[in-house]
Design a protein around this ligand. Structure first.
Ligand code: 39S
Ligand code: ZN
Length: 762
């Protein structure tokens, strides 16, 4: 009999109860004991739900108070020294300090979890002396058993991945660190074994990337030691997001089960298992239900797949499971009452995916007849969407085919444009700017809600937005910023906003997904061909420009980011979706230029996260991503300055592509990684305008002038001063008004110091 299994469940709750509890606690409106109570209720609800649905292997310890990587670090007492942690169980104040920063200490870096829109907190190993502070998986296991009688499957981020995702150690220290970590993992696992735990899921997502021979030897040694230490414990070594690179080595590791992704790594994993087979003494965790996408699975096809897999493993050794944790999809489609039926009927969020896992397991164990009706309905639902008009728009398809066949390029090379732009704009040395958004205060959110509910009419709402713009144009002028923005007050989110105005998109009412900490996003659904309808940003931008003599930057989200932060259709290539978006956005760029806006920023923060994990797929992806950006921006005049912005990821492996995007200015996040990015620019001579983020905007802390000066001085050692801009790391929508103004004042002061120093020096 095959069994059903889930790798992880979303923690935010059906109505984002988790987020609300965390934020109430941070605001001092919820006692710590009450926070624990509320989160326990949420956690138990999730376990109960999985049990009721009939999942056999229910994950525990997938829940978190913020982030699972931070939890692993905290479990081992790996807390940066600046938080004055003195050993023992990590207090919540320290835990949240590391995540969010404190008055005296900057937060740890936050970065993308592989190729997803989830961000984890990067463990800092430097100076750490790890000890086991609390066996979290054990606590979670006991809770599920005692409260609900569930024999949970503890989930732990594995040592190899944990180390790879951490920073603060050199190459020569890898083995030392692994031996320290292995001791701790063994301690955790031995306690689980002693408790009588049956299965543990150890997540090793880095195994889908190519390992050097040394690293592969390390993987073998680490799992060899673990296997020896816990002979009674069943370990399911779990991979996801791609196929494993070194299949034969990985599946022969001394563990009892191997979890493979047969959705995002289908091709690679399937051809490998067909070619090499699968060890008969091991359990295969077959990830066949997509943990990242929102479409119903084509169950007939999936059933064919699991039948084939069943034949390759020995009896009773197959798990039907999700391809990865369900963290990346919304909780349930149940509250979605406003979607067209043809769309709603084709969707499956986390809870619906639990049903799919159970259904497939049942079909495999009891025969198709047992679930015939469900299989038939599934075919009809998916076909209806496939044939819908919105997926078959010849007007869009032919226009995109036409511009796709041209090589998108600006009229003149950067040097010519740069000179023309200097001449036109007369900006000072080190121009200052911000990334686009200003605080989305409660007032702003309430106003939007009133308007959406119909309590406010359009005039009231747009009048309110104009007041916000007036106010912030005033602040920016007064602080002394050189290139202004309108503030994005009319936008819920930089992707959702554009999706709502373009054709081919749909919106959920409650389809929230965790992005980082308590912050969630509600990704739009690209279900059809994308098309431009009418100008989307011209009104607010032109209004802002009418209020000041300084330049106001228009603000758009780029094609790749809209695509990567949406749930996209899977019947056409992503490349094609990107070009459709690019063509639509180009029309917006042109509309802005025609309305007299001479600087236009096209944000592309998600380019890096879409980078395929497999090396051989990276170049083709970057090529079409760059092409889509150029398609969006290439038709403007030389004097129109195109900006772009990127944040929260590693850029060093794609600097060349960033250069090829040919934006006149890029603003880029650096400060949370403490300026490490600058090294990339030391090696690669980037020849366009560049604004380095001089302070972290994800923390309520106001950065002082000195620390920004350090950042600026460091950057100027590497970068061409004539091309250097000064800006925060990212948009300021999550910040409060006072801290924003105070921080920007300090930024402008730091700029003045830099200008003085630099003018004296030359
Ligand atoms: N899509 C996307 N991905 C991204 C980013 C991004 O900006 N967008 N940035 C990076 C991650 N950063 C992020 C930064 C901030 C937020 C964020 O602030 N999210 C908000 C939700 C934003 C939103 O859509 N707000 C709605 C309001 C939705 C809401 O909460 N409504 C309340 C009621 C309104 C009220 O009274 O406050 C409710 O439904 O209960 C609006 O502005 O209108 C949150 O979690 O709090 C998310 C991600 C990377 N990935
Ligand atoms: Zn950003």
């Amino acid at each position: 009999m095959a069994k059903s299994s889930v790798l992880g469940y979303p923690r935010i709750g059906e109505n984002r109860e988790w987020k609300k509890a965390l934020e109430a606690f941070w605001a001092g409106k919820l006692e710590e004991s009450e926070l624990h109570n509320q989160l326990q209720q949420i956690r138990l609800n999730h376990l109960r739900k999985q049990k009721d649905k009939g999942i056999d292997f229910i994950p525990v310890n997938d829940f978190s108070y913020y982030d699972q990587v931070l939890d692993t670090a905290a479990m081992f007492g790996i807390i940066p020294q600046r938080f004055n942690y003195n050993g023992g169980a990590v207090p919540l104040s320290v835990y949240y300090g590391v995540a969010r920063g404190t008055k005296d200490a900057a937060a740890s870096e936050m970065t993308k979890w592989f190729n997803t829109n989830y961000h984890y907190i990067v463990p800092e190993l430097y100076g750490a002396e790890p000890v086991l502070t609390e066996n979290k998986p054990l606590t979670a296991y006991r809770e599920a058993k005692e409260k609900l009688g569930i024999e949970g499957k503890p989930v732990i981020l594995g040592p190899i991945s944990f180390l790879k995702l951490s920073k603060g150690y050199g190459r020569s220290e890898i083995d030392t660190w692994l031996s320290i970590l292995v001791k701790l993992y063994v301690q955790v696992l031995q306690e689980l074994e002693a408790e009588g735990v049956q299965w543990v899921q150890i997540d090793e997502p880095v195994l889908v990337t190519k390992l050097s021979n040394d690293d592969l030897a390390r993987v073998k040694s680490v799992y060899g030691k673990i296997a020896e230490a816990v002979p009674q414990l069943n370990i399911l070594l779990q991979t996801y997001f791609e196929s494993v690179e070194q299949f034969k080595d990985i599946v022969n590791l001394p563990v009892q089960g191997i979890g493979l992704d047969f959705v995002h790594g289908l091709e690679g994993n399937l051809s490998a298992i067909r070619e090499f087979g699968f060890p008969q003494d091991k359990v295969l965790g077959a990830g066949v239900i997509d943990g990242r996408g929102i479409w119903k699975a084509p169950l007939g096809k999936k059933l064919g797949l699991v039948k084939e897999l069943q034949n390759l493993v020995s009896a009773d050794k197959l798990l039907i499971q999700t391809s990865c944790s369900l963290l990346h999809v919304p909780v349930t489609t149940k509250p979605e009452t406003k979607l067209q039926p043809v769309l709603k009927n084709a969707l499956a969020f986390a809870d619906e995916k639990l049903d799919e896992v159970v259904l497939l397991t049942e079909a495999l164990n009891n025969g198709e007849a047992a679930v015939a009706e469900a299989l038939e309905a599934n075919v009809a639902d998916l076909e209806a969407l496939e044939q819908s008009e919105s997926r078959n728009r010849l007007d869009v398809q032919s226009a995109v085919a036409r511009i796709q066949s041209q090589e998108p390029a600006r009229t003149s090379p950067f040097a010519t444009r740069n000179a023309a732009q200097q001449e036109k704009w007369q900006l000072p040395l080190f121009p200052t700017t911000t990334i686009g958004s200003f605080p989305q205060s409660t007032e702003v959110r309430k106003a939007r809600q009133s308007w959406r509910k119909g309590e406010w009419n359009n005039e009231q709402y747009s009048g309110f937005i104009q007041d916000q713009i007036d106010q912030w144009i005033g602040y920016q002028e007064e602080i002394g910023i050189d290139v202004l923005v309108h503030g994005e007050f009319e936008r819920t989110d930089m992707v959702e906003f554009f999706g709502e105005k373009l054709e081919g998109f749909a919106f959920t009412q409650n389809g929230w997904v965790q992005s980082y900490g308590s912050r969630c996003v509600k990704p739009p659904v690209i279900y059809g061909d994308v098309a431009f309808k009418e100008a989307m940003t011209v009104e607010e931008t032109v209004y802002a420009q009418s209020k000041t003599k300084r330049p106001v930057k228009g603000m758009l989200t780029g094609p790749i980011t809209i695509m990567n932060w949406s749930f996209v259709r899977d019947d056409i290539k992503r490349e094609q979706i990107a070009y459709q978006l690019a063509y639509a956005l180009r029309q917006e760029v042109e509309a802005l230029e025609n309305s007299g806006i001479g600087m236009i920023q096209v944000d592309e923060p998600a380019v890096r996260e879409g980078l395929p994990l497999k090396e051989e797929e990276q170049k083709p992806y970057l090529d079409w991503a760059v092409k889509a950006f150029r398609m969006t921006t290439c038709t403007v005049q030389d004097t129109t300055q195109i900006h772009t912005h990127m944040c929260y990821c590693e850029f060093h492996d794609m600097i060349d592509s960033i250069e090829e995007m040919d934006a006149d200015v890029i603003s880029i996040e650096t400060s949370r990684s403490h300026g490490e990015l600058i090294h990339s620019f030391e090696e690669n001579t980037y020849k366009h305008g560049i604004g380095l983020g001089v302070y972290d905007i994800h923390s309520p802390r106001v950065p002082n002038v000195e620390e920004m000066t350090v950042m600026i001085d460091r950057a100027l050692k590497v970068l061409d001063p004539k091309l250097f801009w000064i800006n925060p790391d990212c948009g300021l929508k999550t910040r409060g008004q006072e801290e924003t103004i105070a921080s920007l004042r300090n930024m402008v002061d730091a700029t003045k110091i830099a200008r003085e120093k630099f003018t004296v020096n030359v």
